[in-house]
Design a binder for this molecule. Sequence first.
Ligand code: GLN
Ligand code: ZN
Length: 733
Amino acid sequence: MASHIVGYPRMGPKRELKFALESFWDGKSSAEDLEKVATDLRASIWKQMADAGIKYIPSNTFSYYDQVLDTTAMLGAVPDRYSWTGGEINLSTYFSMARGNATVPAMEMTKWFDTNYHFIVPELAPSTKFSYSSHKAINEYKEAKALGVDTVPVLVGPVSYLLLSKAAKGVEKSFSPLSLLSSILPVYKEVIAQLKAAGASWIQFDEPTLVKDLESHQLILTSLSSVTAYGFDLERGTKTLELVKSGFPAGKYLFAGVVDGRNIWADDLAASLATLQSLEAVVGKDKLVVSTSCSLMHTAVDLVNETKLDDEIKSWLAFAAQKVVEVNALAKALAGQKDEAYFSANAAALASRRSSPRVTNEEVQKAIIYFLQATALKGSDHRRATTVSARLDAQQKKLNLPILPTTTIGSFPQTVELRRVRREYKAKKISEEEYTNAIKEEISKVVKIQEELDIDVLVHGEPERNDMVEYFGEQLSGFTFTANGWVQSYGSRCVKPPIIYGDVSRPNPMTVFWSKMAQSMTARPMKGMLTGPVTILNWSFVRNDQPRFETCYQIALAIKKEVEDLEAGGIQVIQIDEAALREGLPLRKSEHAFYLDWAVHSFRITNCGVQDTTQIHTHMCYSNFNDIIQSIINMDADVITIENSRSDEKLLSVFREGVVYGAGIGPGVYDIHSPRIPSKEEIADRVNKMLAVLDTNILWVNPDCGLKTRKYAEVKPALTNMVEAAKQIRAEL
Ligand code: GLN
Ligand code: ZN
């Protein structure tokens, strides 16, 4: 019985590739240095899989930046502005496409399906010429072979490549990149011929777009009859197992993705074995291959490096390196060589997880049951009793804000000094008192700056937080943190999601101390600043032993307590960020409504108990609202601030069309992702354009997002211009 791995993390167990890339980009090391790190990483990964006994080991899943960009390079589909003149694409051209260079901006980046990985979007036109221009796939195949490992080269499939592409600027609307299929296939054929000649007996084409709601013409193109084997994600694809069981083409192999590549939990080996055995009956013993549900690049790398996690929690986990071992153990068990000790250790770990008091918190469970029952009984949807307009009136009586009120999204620049203070406090190198004083001083500085700038609704600047999810996770029970559980987000950037392993509760107030302190420093309203339940959920590794919505409701109840404590502490404006609400949207449209329903409900739970006079803000870091506008309205926030830098007034009209929302809305008036300082005229122009579509009394003036990645030298003049622009327009109205 054979085993297979779809793909493996590239960054290395300690983010070796990240540091090598960044040092190369900074000009601190040579291309040879970078290549050496990459070669060593690839070798160690292949060796690790070979040692574990994996039969089908992938190659070409490594990348200096992104596998879609690698495919663009393979096809020679370099946009004209990078002035590439043909020949093998070198690192300079490759990284210019990925990151831009002194004269040309980077290509667009977007999220890879429903993951947090971002790929570089190919730009195609009817005139794009394709030629075989990166020999990475064959090079990696040969490299592995020289090490004694016969691999399965992995290619982004041609249909997915085109469906993930966009039409280049200036190309007529009717152009569909998919129409270029016959132009790219010759390059694919060359690559395949070369791989075959070098000895490859299998090639893996990743065609993930096939799981989406495709149009029939897109599906016809993808009926690939020459395929020997099909690999399916049996975890996310909830109906895939049934589909396979109801009929599978005779004589084809099934690569059964039973080990979840998206989480960090140890597999339920007994359950997977049972699934595999049932599949054996359908496809035949010799045609079944045990696999992962997707590439392991979406999970953490190796549990071995987690020295701080306690043994109990550790026994519940499996990162990429451990998943490889699981896959192989399942394959051996199917072949009649079950490692009894390994299987019983797994069963024991699962049993301990099921019965651990650390996982189940009776009080939280009772609260949730009571809460769900109350919801059902009262038909309650946890909505504030009054309409948003009535609330805004009540709030305005207390807040007394000018029209076009100005505010910021929360964080202020995070200085080296601040990071040092937090680090030293964590390492217990400075006392609680020293830490509190340092943060207090920072808050006072931020308050003073905002008063000088004459901003209307202030923030405390979030100096005590290094991350908007981690900060709350560390204070909620049911969360744990890894030392090296990094997952690639894009390029060299990685995130380290918290792990939610147990019932979530809030033992103590989390932000009240700082918010009250900040409010005491000013007569202006100070926003309490919280991260919403959906964002905490979507940016964590979530437990898989209960439905996601249940975990989300638990977090919502915890945040609700915080909201109510802030209100009781005299905070009149509370912002609950839902930066990642849209990220959790399922791939299939048929599943959108259910997700949006519980996600939006969770948000409302957090603030349904506050008084009319307490103003609830929410912030979202994206602007493509068109398809979820009804859900945004259903959040029933008093004010929403959103990103708006790349979109136009069309976005705003969404808020008007048919559904005059009535709530305050603050579309970012300038882009905080760039160091550029916007002029007063430019901001005024933006605001005026917004006023053309939105009512004067609902418009807020604020930047796109938090300011933590910017420098004070940028933030001060930018905010000065922002406030002056608002004042000028107020005077003109
Ligand atoms: N309040 C957060 C901040 O300003 C929001 C960050 C975000 O939306 N990503 O940093
Ligand atoms: Zn944001």
